[in-house]
Design a protein around this ligand. Structure first.
Ligand code: 13P
Ligand code: SF4
Length: 335
């Protein structure tokens, strides 16, 4: 463990002020020495730290250079000039960053940071689906492995799904697409488009645990609270919500509308991170933890800057096919 010196206390005081509402004072001496050392080394090495909205506040607000949902992280990964990218997120996010930066060093602090959606389907499954539905485009959530992306026509994120599905259906002159692997995100897309959706039974282990009854109870117990939910939740849960959107859209909803009280039906750290930026909003915090996101810690990020961590490598031929699917998605969004 690194020592908390008076110099570190002084140098990190402004950062602590920012996160004081969500990180107890007693914890700061454990975080601050890592934050100071990470920020020193990343400047020295020209490294950039990307962090997903589900990272804990000491990572999200104190060491990350770029934060956001999967779509924002993919876009920023495509733009960055930094020679070293550290992905504070799960493995598929680091793979996406590597796809878009084949010549750069992409590190993940813990390679075991997986995702139940990415693990629900293989490239061989996609090939079988193509045989079963010839001519139907395959649209794949970025929460997937490189193998699966390589078998897909285009990727989506929760922030652009409906738009991308409609674009590819129009481009290919079809009214049906295969949408993988999240059954609930596919349901949500189907409700918001006329394009017919063939889905897969993958689920997010975090969002599938929320229930409609739980949301009804929140409404009763916290009258007037606005309920925001991620589209990876089951359809009956989404029916009870006031707003459905990606983690970026949920965060934007709070900043734009400043509801007096809000409940975010998503991963635990999201409310903490949004609360820092919105001190006047009261957050009720239902908490389902993503065990994969939580494998990423300050100590492991520091290891990446000290020659450790796991460097992401992808077979170049596979990468070329998977990259196409991601780049097609980014082209739709920028277009
Ligand atoms: P977002 O793209 O909305 O951030 O979602 C990513 C994710 O893993 C949600 O569980
Ligand atoms: Fe995967 Fe769900 Fe964790 Fe997101 S929250 S990384 S979808 S398991």
């Amino acid at each position: 463990m690194l020592a908390y010196t008076p110099e570190i206390a002084t140098n990190t005081a402004a950062l602590y002020k920012k996160v004081a509402k969500v990180i107890p004072e007693i914890e700061w001496p454990f975080h601050a020495p890592y934050i100071a050392e990470i920020n020193r080394l990343k400047r020295e090495q020209g490294a950039v730290i990307l962090a997903h909205n589900y990272q804990t506040p000491e990572i999200f607000h104190c060491v990350a250079d770029i934060v956001g949902d999967s779509l924002q992280l993919a876009r920023e990964a495509a733009e960055t000039k930094a020679p070293i990218i550290i992905m504070a997120g799960v493995y598929f996010m680091a793979e996406t960053a590597k796809l878009l930066n084949p010549e750069k060093k992409v590190l993940i602090p813990d390679e075991r940071a997986g995702c139940s959606l990415a693990e629900s389907i293989t490239g061989a499954d996609v090939r079988l689906l193509r045989e079963k539905y010839p001519g139907i485009p395959v649209v794949t959530y970025v929460n997937s492995s490189v193998d699966v992306k390589a078998e897909s026509d285009i990727c989506i994120t929760s922030g652009n799904a409906v738009r991308v599905v409609e674009t590819i259906a129009k481009e290919r002159g079809v009214n049906k697409v295969i949408c993988l692997p999240d059954e609930y995100l596919s349901n949500y897309i189907a409700k918001n488009t006329k394009v017919e959706i063939i889905s897969w039974k993958g689920h997010c282990e975090v969002h599938e645990r929320f229930t409609a009854q739980e949301l009804r109870d929140y409404r009763k117990n916290f009258p007037g609270a606005i309920i925001l939910a991620h589209p990876e939740c089951p359809p009956d849960v989404l029916n009870e919500a006031d707003f459905v959107g990606s983690t970026y859209r949920m965060s934007k909803y709070v900043s734009d509308n400043k509801p007096a009280k809000v409940i975010m039906i998503t991963e635990c750290s999201m409310s903490d991170n949004v609360a820092v930026e919105n001190p006047d909003v009261e957050f009720v915090r239902p908490c389902n933890l993503c065990p994969h996101m939580k494998r990423i810690t300050l100590a492991k990020i520091l290891e990446c800057l000290q020659g450790g961590g796991k460097e992401v490598t992808i077979d170049p031929q596979l990468a070329a096919r998977a990259r196409l699917a991601v780049e097609r998605m980014l082209a739709v969004n920028h277009g």
